[in-house]
Design a protein. Structure first.
Lengths: 202, 312
């Protein structure tokens, strides 16, 4: 049990560290996922079965979405090409080490109640009653707020496209200055030539 | 659940490995038989039964080729991860009356986690070779996968409602008298869509598709190709077993022993999915995404509402 905890904890920390050392958005996303999976395993060890296994699939889908959106919105279409993955690295490292030290101090010097969970206790039922009972308003408002935030973020960030603002007709520049032959004109649509209508409309 | 027989870890590994190996072999044999039937060839069980060995012998002798600067670790590990997830998914499905390898209270959540992680394995298998077509196939698979993933959550939760438990064994028990396929008629068809998606079969063969030159598996060769195909067949076995347990009453049935019923129902689901592979055209990814969010997802909500109303 202790050995399993040590292995999962070490793996969680190591993959978490690797997130910031890799040079690819896809690798960073899935290393972060690996870190979360190890945390989920630790939760299962602590007999929070539902939270642990739910964390596994929630984080999986979340990281897949994150990788997809990062690649969609950034300049590196594949995610396999090297790119700088960190901003303000010194400040971030200092803040990270500082908060990790603070949390470690709490873990080491804090006094925790010794209150082992009975393996047969109806923890899942209790959690469900809490989530859909006393704490329902809090969780539901948090969920709706997060969803609204995501939708707004996509709306705001997708306004400006690669070739200009979305509401002004974002089209690729012509191949020659002043000309009207554009790269996508070479991708001939076989059926109805619907592709060319894009330019006429704007 | 006091009457559950939990297998010892060693026996559990043997049972899961054996079931997946025999099942994957059966999947290939059934698939080739259905292919022959659709193509109008003479049906020969002997030919189909020898076909896996024949194909293995062909593939295994091929020269392994690689691409420029692939992510070798992910490329090699993806089939292993995918097969491991098939084993994880099957381990929470009861194979006979009360016989389940991992009797966890959150069986259906573990199954869902394995299903979600399979998306990662399939995507990374296409992403790792550092090659355009596999990568494009991987990304378009992710678009499709995010669209079918929610369906699975809703239909599985709906099946857990009458059982008042997240354990798949309890879900089977709750179908004494009336199977979920009747009680929640939308559940099984939607789950079959998910099954086709996770095993990228038939209309949802989005990732390793011929229209993109083999897609995620385009750069696979030799043993790697074989490992991926085997893992895919194993995943179909795990999902068919889950469909049989969650919607078709699992081991419940007269006269025959429970494990036999479970095997027969799993076989029926496998045949259904594989028949879809040979009879239905591949759907275009963007068309499926639209269909999934505008039609299938509301149907999944309806399924949940029916289950909720039935459990009042």
């Amino acid at each position: 049990m202790t050995l399993a905890f040590v292995v999962f904890a070490a793996a969680a920390v190591w993959t978490g560290y690797r997130v910031f050392r890799t040079d690819s958005m896809v690798r960073a996303s899935f290393l972060l996922l690996a870190s979360f999976l190890n945390v989920g395993a630790i939760l299962v060890l602590m007999l929070a079965e539902y939270l642990g296994t739910a964390l596994l699939f929630m984080m999986t889908v979340e990281m897949v979405v994150m990788a997809l959106f990062m690649v969609m919105f950034m300049m590196n279409p594949a995610g396999l090409n090297p790119m700088e993955m960190v901003h303000q690295p010194r400040f971030a490292a200092a803040a990270g080490i500082g908060s990790a030290a603070a949390l470690a101090a709490v873990a080491l010097f804090g006094r925790f109640p010794a209150n082992p969970v009975d393996p047969n206790a109806a923890t899942i039922r209790a959690l469900g009653s809490e989530l859909l009972g006393g704490s329902m308003l809090v969780f539901e408002s948090a969920g709706v707020t997060l969803l609204a935030t995501m939708v707004c973020a996509v709306v705001l960030s997708s306004h400006r496209g690669r070739f200009g603002d979305g509401d002004e007709g974002s089209v690729a520049p012509p191949l020659e200055p002043g000309g009207d032959h554009r790269p996508e004109d070479d991708l001939v649509d076989d059926a109805d030539g619907g592709h060319h209508m894009h330019h006429g409309g704007h | 659940m006091s009457d559950v027989v939990s297998l010892s870890p060693m026996l559990g590994v043997a049972v899961i490995g054996g079931t997946l190996a025999i099942g994957a072999y059966g999947v290939v044999v059934i698939d080739r038989l259905l292919y022959a039937a659709v193509a109008g060839w003479p049906l020969s069980l002997a030919w189909a039964a020898a076909q896996p060995a024949r194909e293995v012998a062909t593939v295994i002798r091929r020269q392994p080729v690689t691409t420029e600067a692939p992510d070798m670790i992910l490329w090699v590990l993806a089939p292993a991860a995918y097969a491991g997830l098939a084993a994880t998914a099957l381990s929470v499905v009861p194979l006979g009356p009360g016989v389940v390898v991992a009797d966890v209270r959150t069986g259906i959540v573990v199954f869902g986690a394995a299903e979600a992680l399979a998306i990662v394995a399939i995507f990374l298998h296409g992403w790792a070779p550092n090659s355009p077509l596999p990568m494009i196939a991987g990304y378009r698979f992710v678009g499709v996968a995010l669209s079918y993933e929610l369906l699975s959550m809703f239909v599985l939760i709906a099946a857990a409602l009458p059982a008042e438990s997240l354990s798949i064994g309890a879900i089977v028990e709750s179908q004494q008298g009336l199977w979920n396929v009747v009680r929640q008629p939308l559940g099984l068809p939607l789950f079959l869509v998910v099954t086709a998606g996770v095993t990228f079969t038939g209309p949802l063969d989005i990732v390793d598709a011929n229209d993109i030159a083999g897609g995620g598996a385009a750069e696979d060769s030799g043993m790697a190709h074989l490992a991926w195909a085997a893992a895919r067949a194993a995943m179909l076995v795990a999902f068919a077993a889950a469909a049989a347990a969650v919607f078709l009453g699992g081991w419940i049935g007269p006269v025959l022993p429970g494990a036999m019923w479970m095997a027969l129902k799993t076989l029926a689901v496998v045949v259904t999915v594989l028949a879809g592979r040979h009879l239905l055209a591949r759907v275009r990814p963007e068309r499926f995404v639209r269909l999934a969010w505008t039609v299938l997802l509301p149907l999944a909500f309806l399924d949940l509402a029916i289950a909720g109303a039935g459990s009042l």
